[in-house]
Design a binder for this molecule. Sequence first.
Ligand code: AMP
Ligand code: ZN
Length: 302
Amino acid sequence: MDAQVSFLDQLFNQRILHDSGVDGLYARSAVFEEVISQFEEFALAFGRHEISEAMVFPPGMPMADFETSGYMKSFPQLAGTVHAFCGSDHDHAGLLQCLAAGDDWTDQQKATEVALTPAACYPLYPILAKRGPMPETGAYVALQSYCFRHEPSKDPARMQMFRQREYVRVGTAEQTMAFRETWKQRGQEMMRILELPHEVDAANDPFFGRAGRMMGASQREQELKFELLVPVNSTASPTACMSFNYHMDNFGKAWNIRLADGSPAHTACVGFGLERLALALFRHHGFEVDAWPSGVRKALWG
Ligand code: AMP
Ligand code: ZN
């Protein structure tokens, strides 16, 4: 049995997560959720004084906005869309027959106007775009969303459904790059307070296919993405628990988000993988939260 399976099994045995039979899809215990909500409070304390507003999104986003994001071009392997039965009585009878016979009934499902949100900040951009040109101060939004990525795994830190808490900055190139630099520092300070071993490194997203490899290399070369890594499953390959992304004006152009002078807005976001951070805390401080180091308990529970 490898180390990844063993950490997942420990989490099941300790009833911190509950197995659903599908890799990457787990029920969360009360204690796991409490760690997440305390971490969210802790993370909000670092930026509460700067944000212009806060939002929480449902796990689905408009299909039209999902299409605009270009996600299917870059990450078709990770995407999930919501399909539903839209047929007649006759079609329903056929569907039930398929189900009873153990045949595939899903080809009768039709795409809806909802896609599963792949990244927490995507639903924000169309909302900002609809408001018209940005004020000089831009926007600084704290948000949270469930996300879906089709990457089933025995690594408990690689889930199919998980939450990201993000701060998103929309404005000029200077505003967004300064924001990202600030959060790179703050992210490391947060990890020091929570007594988690960590390092920050340049990274790239898992773009699909051969063209994708070139996109990944270019993203890395331009230092558009950094990750804060913490050993969760293995010390050999630590897990990205936070990411610090600068999208230049790509999203500003895609969604038509304009600055006061009419030029496309630049965007940057810092994402906290909430389940990953909770798992890192359990991994390093043990399964008994009452026995966590006093500094960590004080930071999370006050
Ligand atoms: P990304 O958009 O890939 O930079 O993801 C933002 C953050 O979400 C990452 O830094 C991770 O902490 C978290 N994350 C990404 N993918 C997963 C996953 N499959 N399971 C759990 N957390 C994830
Ligand atoms: Zn984001």
